[in-house]
Ligand binder design. Structure first.
Ligand code: 4AZ
Length: 258
């Protein structure tokens, strides 16, 4: 009887794509949208979630360049204010008016993996400020960051129905450079644990990694997920503040300054 119940529960959870408690991003836990109102996800025009993003100004969503490259605004949707992907009444779905991709972007593992989506109307969700060059302390090894997303809860598994979070310490640049020959320390940092187990994964990229109420990084790349010796790599946002501010602080199209 108990075994049947467990079986039925497992089948039910598998069918709804829900991660079981304790296996969640990977090795994370649920997070509320109320506490993280700037956390958004991106879908294609069929409603399939493929990346994350962060509201960084009322009409601006920061994501990874590799999430936006090769797509037109009309085939993208920003889903804001929705913790549970299946809760279609929560929050809103918005089609961006414009996509800005860093002009030096080529591929995620070469750096400059940042893009900004401009919306026609302001979102009613509190933006998260960018880390600045003065925030050097946030990038010191051992600093505890919090990554958020609706990405996969295991390397080859399904993406999460609910917003998840995991705490990941910044790792030394030398460790990241040993793990990945292409690691560019000026443009990237890596975070996680030498033994793996807790990490971001596919579907989390473009999304935020935060500390002290600031956007410290954008989930970018890594070899697999939660593997020993292969931590997640994140965009070093402070390094791009100069490139991002003119775009993030610009008025949306159609809004004319007085
Ligand atoms: C991805 O493909 C991806 N483990 C995101 C994060 C990581 C690896 C891959 C980090 O979107």
């Amino acid at each position: 009887m108990r075994r049947l119940l467990v079986l039925v529960l497992c089948a039910l959870m598998a069918s709804t794509g829900t991660a079981a408690a304790g296996e969640q991003v990977i090795g994370g836990e649920r997070a509320s949208i109320e506490a993280n109102p700037w956390a958004v996800y991106l879908t294609d025009d069929h409603g399939l979630q493929f990346c994350g993003g962060t509201v960084v100004a009322p009409t601006k969503v920061l994501t990874a360049a590799h999430c936006a490259a090769g797509r037109s605004p009309g085939e993208l949707r920003v889903i804001a204010g929705r913790e549970d992907k299946q809760d279609r009444n929560a929050g809103m779905s918005v089609t961006p008016a414009d996509i800005w991709i860093h002009k030096q972007y080529v591929a995620a593992d070469e750096g400059e993996d940042v893009a900004v989506l401009t919306l026609r109307k302001p979102l009613p969700y509190t933006p998260l400020p960018l880390a600045e060059l003065s925030d050097r302390a946030l990038y010191q090894p051992g600093t505890q960051l919090r990554a958020l997303g609706w990405g996969r809860t295991s390397e080859n598994g399904k993406t999460s129905r609910y917003l998840m979070q995991a705490t990941l310490p910044v790792l030394p640049d030398a460790y990241c450079a040993d793990a990945y020959p292409q690691f560019v320390k000026a443009d990237m940092f890596c975070a996680g644990y030498e033994g793996g187990k807790i990490d971001t994964c596919q579907g989390d990229s473009g999304g935020p990694i935060v500390a002290e109420g600031k956007l410290v990084g954008v989930t970018s790349w890594g070899e697999g997920c939660a593997r020993r010796g292969k931590p997640g790599v994140y965009v070093r946002i402070a390094r791009y503040a100069k490139d991002l501010h003119p775009v993030v602080d610009a008025s949306p199209p159609g809004v004319v300054d007085p």
